[in-house]
Design a protein around this ligand. Structure first.
Ligand SMILES: CC(C)(COP(=O)(O)OP(=O)(O)OC[C@H]1O[C@@H](n2cnc3c(N)ncnc32)[C@H](O)[C@@H]1OP(=O)(O)O)[C@@H](O)C(=O)NCCC(=O)NCCS
Length: 325
């Protein structure tokens, strides 16, 4: 069976912008520190009480329009998120209602910042085996809802957003050439939110910041550079593509220094490495599809080009993929 190809893409971010200057009024930080250590200048943050599924629906509508398909032609909705509207049901079901995609099955997958590439890997397998024809893959996160806004180590890094792809069977040589996914649960304590069934929340937990993101930043950084580079090399080898033949690398947008370290390892000049972390911060699973959609719509991606994607996230999880457009 044919591999999957990209039929259309879209993305959406909340209107509200939180600048580094705004953060200076919340915690003991500075614009200079944030820019130097992360490359982030601003991030988009959802209004409290807004629904992430609305942002996901905006991105999905754009992707469907670009693919020239209607919602009724989608037979599976996959949503990668760790910040769905509700604990259950899956946000994919809420999105299904908003789109009117009544023919589709719908479920969420949880792989933190790697969720989009995990979803792409899964969608490709489902299309290859003929189980599904048109899959809507959405990666959407509202990490602002679980950030501790008093913790300067984490609150400066994250932003909210959604990216969407419509995938279908490839009819030409364009499509997903390879994908790899990996996990190491032994390292889950480096980046996690402990709120869950093991520890039902108390009022004291809410006040103490227990139910928020906990991160060992320096260790996460170290793992991210090694894992993202290794996964990208593995995906290149699997696709039979040399690193020189990568026309554009779109890495997970967590930190400009991580992105530049990977670009350097692969000998890629700056113009072949996509960066938008300065404008959005780390939007977790949404970061690659937001960047991919920007690059595709702006003409930065052209037919015949090879695009590398690589990511890293809590779990730990990491993944990479090679696409031909
Ligand atoms: C978080 C990160 C930006 C911190 O940069 P760093 O160079 O590693 O900085 P360190 O952790 O060594 O901290 C250096 C100092 O800056 C301080 N600091 C941390 N956040 C700060 C902030 N927002 N403003 C000012 N100072 C800050 C620390 O408290 C520390 O001070 P100390 O030396 O007095 O203890 C970086 O480690 C990182 O990006 N890690 C990966 C995070 C990530 O991508 N997570 C998501 C993965 S999907």
């Amino acid at each position: 069976m044919p591999a999957c190809c990209l039929l259309g893409s879209g993305h959406a971010v909340p209107e509200r912008v939180l600048t580094n200057a705004d953060l200076e009024t919340l915690v003991d930080t500075s614009d200079a520190w944030i820019v130097e250590r992360s490359g982030i200048h601003q991030r988009h943050i959802a209004e409290p009480g807004s629904a992430l599924s609305d942002l996901a629906a905006q991105a999905a509508h754009q992707a469907l329009a670009a693919a020239q398909l209607t919602a009724s032609e989608i037979d599976l909705i996959l949503v990668a998120t760790v910040t769905g509207d509700f604990k259950f049901p899956a946000m994919a079901c809420l999105l299904q209602e908003k789109l009117g995609a009544h023919q589709a099955a719908a479920f969420d997958l949880s792989a933190a910042c790697s969720g989009f590439l995990y979803g792409l890997h899964l969608a490709d397998s489902l299309i290859r085996c003929g189980g599904h024809r048109h899959i809507l893959l959405v990666a959407a996160e509202m990490l602002s809802s679980m950030v501790n806004w008093q913790d300067r180590n984490t609150c400066v890094l994250f932003g909210d957003g959604a990216g969407a792809l419509v995938l279908g069977p490839a009819r030409t040589s364009a499509g997903l050439l390879s994908s790899v996914i990996h996990s190491d649960g032994r390292q889950h304590g480096l980046l996690y939110n402990p709120a869950g069934s093991q520890h039902p929340l108390t009022a004291a937990d809410l006040a103490s910041g227990f139910a928020t993101i906990h991160m060992e930043g320096r260790e996460v950084f170290r793992h991210a550079v090694v894992s993202m580079a290794d996964a990208l090399q593995e995906a290149l080898d699997k696709a039979g593509i040399a690193q020189d033949d990568l026309d554009l690398l779109i890495p997970h947008q967590a930190n400009r220094r991580i992105i530049e370290a990977i670009g350097k390892r692969f000998g890629l000049p700056a113009e072949r490495v996509y960066i938008n972390v300065d404008r959005y911060g780390n939007t977790s699973a949404a970061s690659i599809p937001i960047a991919l959609d920007e690059a595709w719509r702006s003409g930065r991606i052209q037919a015949g080009q090879h695009i590398g994607l690589t990511t890293f996230g809590a779990g730990l999880t990491w993944a990479a993929a090679i696409l031909r457009f």
